[in-house]
Design a protein around this ligand. Structure first.
Ligand SMILES: [Zn+2]
Length: 302
């Protein structure tokens, strides 16, 4: 059973409040942990919600507005004090490397682990293994900003237990059957693949779009994803401000979700002016019914 889930550590916009931390999310995929954005106080949120940084090897920073990365230097410093040895990959806009290195240099901090920076470019694959692919794509904000797409790869077919127990195929044969081959007995009898295997579970996908103006150029990147996190900084009365600031309203997020045919929409990046953003959910659901309001500390399973 695959473990694919995202925990919201912060879903507020630029100004923190008593109830909303700036943006950060922890995405788990089996043994991997990926941090998406790292607003101020993210490590405190991880402690609060009992999310450990064990196995956290990759951090993706969408853009260089402070509410998306001001927690990074603090987290790196803590890793250093804990004696971390595991290399840390950081993906973000090009200047991020210089910013972090300058902060470390000023305090004469010599890290015991490797910090590996990767400057984001247009659209590219950032991480890939046998099961998962992570890519970035451009968002439309006041400064260069990227969204991230986590897409599970197609899975192998599952062997039926009674077939394996009865015919005891070898490892190589099992591998080929999982890829779709039939099984041929020594007397030439053919056991059809469909009779000796079960369908694999359907690959899942998660897309992250924060911060961005409403822009239909995002649709090809997020089309049909299982869960789309899209910013909803403002409400229906603030469409003009949203456009000026290159942010979205809840209804615009819902429109994009509907046009892209996603399965579920998760709203976040709420303006500090909304102490309770439930009206954003109502506005979004008028356009796209399968919408949720993200809640800090909640985990959403794919
Ligand atoms: Zn922001």
């Amino acid at each position: 059973m695959t473990d694919f889930q995202v925990t919201i550590l912060g879903n507020g916009s630029a100004v923190p409040t008593a109830f909303q931390n700036p943006t950060a999310q922890l995405l788990r995929y089996n043994q991997h942990k990926f941090l998406i954005d790292c607003g101020e106080g993210t490590q405190m949120q991880m402690i609060k919600y009992q999310v450990t940084h064990k196995n956290l090897s990759h951090i993706f920073i969408s853009h260089l507005h402070g509410d998306h990365y001001f927690g990074l230097i603090g987290m790196i410093s803590t890793f250093h004090l804990f004696g971390r040895e595991l290399p840390l990959h950081i993906y973000g806009p090009g200047p991020l490397e210089q910013i972090i290195k300058m902060q470390l240099k000023a305090s004469d901090t010599r890290l015991k682990f490797s910090l590996l920076f990767h400057a984001l470019r247009d659209t590219e694959t950032l991480f890939e293994d046998k099961h998962l692919k992570i890519s970035c794509f451009p968002l439309y904000h006041k400064t260069p900003t990227w969204g991230f797409l986590f897409r599970e790869k197609g899975k192998e077919r599952n062997l039926r237990k009674n077939f394996v127990a009865h015919y005891t195929p070898g490892i190589e044969q099992m591998h080929r059957i999982k890829q779709g081959d039939d099984f041929i007995l020594s007397d030439g009898t053919v056991l059809k693949n469909a009779d000796i295997t079960l369908n694999p579970s359907i690959p899942k996908s998660y897309a992250y779009c924060s911060d961005t103006a409403y822009d239909e150029r995002l649709i090809p990147f997020v089309r049909s994803v299982d869960l789309l996190y899209h910013e909803a900084t403002f409400d229906n009365n603030m469409t003009v401000i949203a456009a000026e600031k290159f942010h979205s309203t809840a209804r615009q997020a819902a429109r994009l979700a509907a046009k892209a045919g996603v399965k579920q929409l998760l709203l976040g990046h709420f303006s500090a002016r909304f102490s309770e953003p439930s009206h954003l959910l109502e506005e979004a659901r008028e356009v796209f019914e399968n919408t949720l309001l993200s809640r800090q500390g909640e985990t959403y399973v794919l």
